[in-house]
Design a protein around this ligand. Structure first.
Ligand code: PFF
Length: 462
């Protein structure tokens, strides 16, 4: 492998990419979206999107990266389409914005490890007060960014890959233990029923859009993270089976998160599930009460374990978010890796400060903007989520897929996918991609982008 470094094996790549995919989106986002989206029906729609729409986007991103062996911007130049490298620039911007707020939330999780680890379950009684404590949150976030930067500074195989190979199995082990534990509690079956038995009367446009957005974010698509990781993948590896495994790992872990959380909610609500739809507070408010109820040392161990697990999941994602701009600086501007890492980590930490203080500390950033068609202002963090996650990612995904099939051309993509995969030529998947990549998926993503912008910022539509 060149001096850029690379993954030492296919498993290393899969672990790192799955680590990127598995994050706050799976363990914090997925359960609350399921709760708000009416339970099992959301899960079904989510699964459909992951495989029918997102998997082909993932395959395209990895193929572009591996073919060019360059970062998200350089890849477009290397493939001979400099005019299209704005897609990579949009991706880097999205990554920087996402990491700026993602690190704040990861900091909350880290803060919970410390609070619950020292037996303070009361932290959940005043979650608003906790997140408004800007100084303390700033310190927690600082340590989280430090850990992220340290891993990325160590390079691809001895930093990113090694961290994922340690953290991911640990995460899975901890989750399975928690699932077993939560299934033994009284009324846990009511939670399972809510989670696993679909009620088709709950389907509406919003549920479908949220499921799509959640799938996209959860799989780390639309911003060049997988172009970047793909650029470190060897030619002899099979892109398609790797992408399928990454998707299965991501979906599997989100599914486990639900199996862990809904039985706990069944338990605390005595089977009524009335708190299931309480949104983002689900994990930070509802769960600590349950851990507190369990009481004693067991409560502390289970509670701390849960938030530690959330930190591990977040860390392999923040690492991938930081790697996107870092790879750009290293490849294109000839930065030394370590310098690029510390510079970007510093800038992104500072960019995160408005998201940090916008949770009650600063009135200006807390009531930051009021969108058209609404009279409720949203805070800065939510604004960045709406811009970067909800709008830029589908737009980026749409452009990447359009580029792969119309500009780079489907036959180049096919040739890249056939490398390391002799069975690809003539396969059913090839036939599906032939139809889905040029037309169906870009169109679907363009519609999602336009509808999201209209409904979020202008209050029009769904
Ligand atoms: N997939 C991550 C999650 O579910 O938390 C978030 C994420 C990481 C999005 C990396 C995009 C990305 F490039």
């Amino acid at each position: 492998m060149s001096s850029r470094g690379g993954f030492s094996s296919r498993i290393g790549f899969i672990a790192a990419a799955a680590g990127s995919a598995v994050g706050l989106g799976n363990i914090w986002g997925f359960p609350y979206e399921v709760g708000e989206g009416g339970g099992a029906i959301f899960v079904l729609i989510y699964l459909f999107f992951c495989f029918a729409l997102c998997l082909p986007v993932m395959i395209s991103e990895i193929a572009i990266g591996r073919s060019a062996k360059k970062n998200a911007v350089g890849a477009f130049n290397k493939l001979g389409h400099r005019n299209w490298n704005f897609i990579g620039k949009l991706g880097i911007l999205s990554g920087v914005l996402i990491l700026s707020f993602y690190n704040v939330i990861a900091g909350w999780a880290f803060g919970y490890v410390i609070e619950i680890g020292s037996g303070n379950f009361k932290v959940a009684d005043d979650f608003g007060g906790f997140t408004a404590d800007a100084f303390r949150m700033g310190v927690y976030g600082f340590f989280f960014m430090l850990a992220t930067a340290y891993i990325v500074s160590q390079g691809i195989s001895s930093g990113i890959e090694k961290a994922a190979k340690i953290l991911l199995p640990l995460l899975i082990f901890m989750m399975i233990s928690m699932v077993i534990y939560s299934l033994t509690l009284p009324d846990s079956m009511a939670g399972l029923e809510f989670y696993l038995i679909p009620d088709f009367s709950d389907v509406n446009g919003k549920v479908v859009f949220n499921a799509m957005g959640q799938a996209f974010f959860s799989l780390s698509l639309g911003m060049g993270a997988l172009i970047t990781y793909g650029s470190y993948l060897g030619k002899s590896e099979n892109i398609i089976s790797s992408a399928v495994l990454i998707t299965l790992a991501d979906v599997g872990i989100a599914f486990l998160a639900g199996l862990m959380i809904f039985p706990l909610i069944g338990y605390i609500t005595g089977g009524t599930m009335e708190n299931a739809g309480r949104g983002p507070a689900l994990i930070f408010v509802t769960l600590p009460h349950i851990f507190g109820d369990i009481g004693g040392m067991t409560g502390i161990v289970v509670g701390t374990g849960f938030f530690l697990l959330l930190c591990f999941a977040a860390l392999t994602s923040t690492v991938s978010l930081l790697e996107v701009p870092v790879a750009y600086l290293v490849d294109e501007l000839r930065f030394d890796r370590k310098k690029a890492v510390w510079l970007m980590a510093g800038i992104i930490y500072l960019l995160g400060l408005p998201s940090l203080v916008g949770n009650g500390y600063s009135e200006f950033f807390t009531s930051f903007i009021t969108y058209g068609g609404s009279d409720q202002p949203v805070d800065f963090l939510s604004f960045i989520v709406n811009v970067a996650n909800d709008s830029f990612l589908p737009l980026g995904g749409c452009l990447i897929v359009f580029f792969a099939s119309h500009i780079w051309k489907k036959r180049n993509l096919d040739a890249e996918l056939a490398e390391g995969n002799p069975g690809y030529e003539g396969s059913l998947l090839q036939k599906y991609l032939k139809f889905a990549l040029p037309y169906l998926i870009p169109l679907a993503l363009a519609v999602i982008f336009v509808m999201t912008v209209l409904s979020t910022f202008f209050g029009i539509g769904i």
